[in-house]
Design a protein around this ligand. Structure first.
Ligand code: 5MM
Length: 340
């Protein structure tokens, strides 16, 4: 089987209708911050216990095609002694791996950042593939201000995302391309649209230039939202129409699936916005799905609180959130379900 055919097989498994992707790929500093905010100690063992709780939740494979892991987790074992990718495969869930190495300032770009990790990436991808990962994820971050992102920031970040995506496909891994436009700030929705349009335009230009096979890429963008500290709050209908306006201008129909990040929205907002997108645009050229971290995990981690006695309760909350987002992918979610 040639490379393209193998990649297309993987991507079709990863984007099955009515299901999404769980992002459980928080780097150690990020998950530590989240655990410590709940007074839970962050050690390799507590991180394993917590993530094991997520992965072993019964029934999640009905609504999840894949889970993005952090490197530490890829080599850990579940309680029953199986390495995580094998356990997930047994439950028809694909394992992915976050391969970027985080952000640094982009020199001479007025506060823009750039993501590190391209050096040695091909070797790491080979190792991750051997360990059972079939897809990868890389995140570039764009902060909105009056002058950010700069044109240098747009160009440089897009170039890095495209180089990563090309390397993944070379190593037979499906790339998730994540250009995150941050919600931080008091900007308007219109400014978020303007920046997102520029970001996605530059990303697809670079993907073309690097001959990336678009049919074997999953895009993980932010929704179009007003800044977190703006006084304006947008209803799901408006989020859906503004998001679709930007996506339809910039994302080729060759892309099979758009799996949104939640970016700091509450769990219920992220589900309601995904529902509105699918309800309003049933004929969108791509699947409209999720690849949430906080919107799936925040209520779960809080319910668990580091205590074994809360495990069942936390798993119940997780199963329900995953299910509600799966329903939103099919436009079958209703906010009344939150209280059922
Ligand atoms: C934006 O973050 C991604 C999606 O998470 P949310 O749904 O919470 O917005 C997430 O996959 C992120 O890329 C990982 O958690 C890794 O983040 P760090 O900051 O640890 O590299």
């Amino acid at each position: 089987m040639d490379k393209a055919t193998q990649l297309l097989e993987t991507v079709s498994e990863l984007t099955k209708r009515g299901k999404g992707i769980l992002a459980a790929d928080e780097s150690t500093p990020t998950i530590s911050k989240r655990l410590q905010a709940l007074n839970i100690d962050s050690s390799e063992s507590t991180r394993r216990t917590y993530r094991n709780l997520l992965f072993t939740t019964p029934g999640i494979n009905q609504f999840l095609n894949g889970i993005i892991l952090f490197e530490e987790t890829l080599f850990q074992k579940t309680d029953e002694g199986t390495v995580v990718p094998d356990f997930l495969r047994k439950h028809q869930i694909m394992s992915g791996i976050k391969v970027d190495k985080g952000l640094v300032p982009l020199t001479n770009a007025d506060g823009d950042t750039i993501t590190q990790g391209l050096d040695g990436l091909a070797d790491r991808l080979r190792q991750y593939r051997e360990a059972g990962a079939c897809f990868a994820k890389w995140r570039e971050v764009y902060r909105i201000s009056e002058h950010n992102p700069t044109s240098l920031g747009l160009r440089s970040n897009a170039e890095v995302l495209a180089r990563y995506a090309a390397m993944c496909q070379e190593q037979l891994m499906v790339p998730i391309v994540e250009p995150e436009v941050l919600m931080d700030g008091d900007h308007s929705m219109a400014r978020c649209s303007e920046v997102s349009e520029a970001v996605l335009t530059s990303v697809f230009e670079a993907l073309h230039a690097h001959h990336v096979l678009l049919e074997a890429v999953v895009l993980k963008p932010s929704m179009i939202l007003p800044g977190k500290s703006s006084s304006h709050k947008a209803l799901p209908e408006l989020v859906a129409s503004e998001t679709m306006k930007v996506l339809s201008r910039t994302v080729p129909a060759a892309i099979p699936s758009i799996n949104f990040l939640s970016g700091g929205q509450s769990a219920t907002e992220a589900t309601a916005n995904l529902q509105a997108l699918n309800a309003k645009y049933p004929k969108a050229p791509w699947r409209l799905s999720f690849s949430y971290s906080r919107a799936l995990q925040a209520p779960v981690m809080a319910a668990w609180a580091g205590k074994e006695s809360n495990r069942k309760l936390a798993q119940g909350i997780f199963a329900r959130r995953v299910e509600l987002n799966g329903l939103a992918c099919r436009a079958e979610y209703d906010s009344n379900m939150e209280t059922e």
